[in-house]
Design a protein around this ligand. Structure first.
Ligand SMILES: *Cc1c(COP(=O)(O)O)cnc(C)c1O
Length: 323
């Protein structure tokens, strides 16, 4: 068992939200370079390291209120960390099943939140199958992106931006399975931002959303070949693709090298480490897409991610084989 953190109550009442209100920064350096106001919504500062605290925290609260006695997740990434964190604060036991390929750092982080960690199978699909086999009638399975409860929770980040009095002319964010996109779009709609275009950023080799937009329906990639593993859903959720018929969405696909370079620049200028999954949005911004250059204020969701270190970013940047 990890040591109890004296500054943190062991459990919270389920009425309390499991995410924090994050800062909204007008970046001096990015604004100067792009010649317009660039606003960063700093989801990297959520206690479990990413925006997933919002949607997963909300889903965990609702499932507990509906009687769930146990949460199960099969993500070795930020979703698994967020479920473990949410379960600890709500006093609900959590089991996270991960494949053998999950890094030691991620395993430690999940275990440090007090979750039971089960290592099963070579690939995520095997871990996921095992996780589903552990389900009992009063257990809740927490999906990493395809659940309306997650979208409802993610939408609160847009409520906070609107409450701060900022209405951007464009929103830039990263897309994996599309949960963040669905949540941000729900938040935009309910705050009256119907006409504000969204730039959906991915990396080459994790660009299932770009492929799906082109096809007009969810398309599955044969394999994920990008280092941005948090974007590595082989296909996006149906709802994420359906949104493109209801809201202006433009796709930007960047290389791993560009995503890592954008992380290092963000680290140098804002002193915060984010994953290449988040660097994809920063790199997409730097490519100055038309919707960004038509806006006087641009909102970038700095989604974060606990799966990178400064050393790892520098090592990726040095790898000569990278495109
Ligand atoms: C999960 C995640 C994403 C992608 O979010 P989806 O909801 O799957 O589209 C992007 N960045 C980070 C850091 C994440 O953890």
């Amino acid at each position: 068992m990890p040591h109890a953190d004296p500054a943190q109550p062991a459990t919270l009442d389920h009425a309390v939200s499991l995410h924090i209100v994050t800062p909204l920064l007008r970046s001096t350096s990015y604004s100067a370079r792009l010649g317009r106001s660039v606003w960063f919504k700093m989801e990297a500062l959520q206690p479990p390291g990413s925006f997933k605290a919002r949607g997963i925290g909300h889903a965990c609260r609702i499932y507990k209120a509906r009687g769930a006695t146990h949460f199960v997740s099969s993500s070795g990434g930020n979703a698994g960390i967020a479920v473990a964190y949410g379960g600890r604060l709500l006093g609900v036991p959590v089991t996270v099943v991960v494949p053998e390929t999950t890094s030691a750092a991620a395993r430690e982080r999940i275990a440090a939140e007090g979750a039971e960690l089960v290592v099963h199978g070579r690939a995520w699909s095997e871990a996921n199958e095992h996780a589903l086999s552990l389900m009992k009638p009063d257990y809740a399975f927490i999906h990493p992106f395809d659940d309306p409860l997650l979208w409802e929770g993610h939408a609160t980040m847009i409520d906070e931006v609107a409450a701060a009095g900022v209405k951007p002319g464009a929103v830039v964010l990263s897309v994996g399975g599309g949960g963040l996109l669905c949540g941000v779009l729900a938040g935009m709609e309910r705050n009256g931002w119907h006409d504000v275009p969204v730039i959906a950023a991915e990396t080459v080799g994790a660009d299932s959303y770009a492929a799906s937009l082109a096809a007009g329906a969810p398309v599955a990639l044969p394999a994920i070949t990008s280092i941005a593993t948090s974007l590595g859903a082989k296909s996006p959720c149906t709802e994420a693709v359906a949104w493109s018929a209801r809201h202006p969405i433009a796709s930007e696909v960047v290389t791993d090298k560009q995503a890592v370079g954008a992380c290092l620049r963000f680290l140098a200028e804002h002193r915060i480490v984010v994953e290449p999954a988040c660097g994809a949005a920063l790199a997409a911004l730097e490519r100055e897409p038309a919707a960004v250059m038509a806006a006087s204020d641009v909102l970038v969701i700095v989604c974060g991610g606990a799966g990178a270190t400064a050393e790892q970013l520098q090592a990726w940047d040095r790898e000569a084989c990278m495109i």
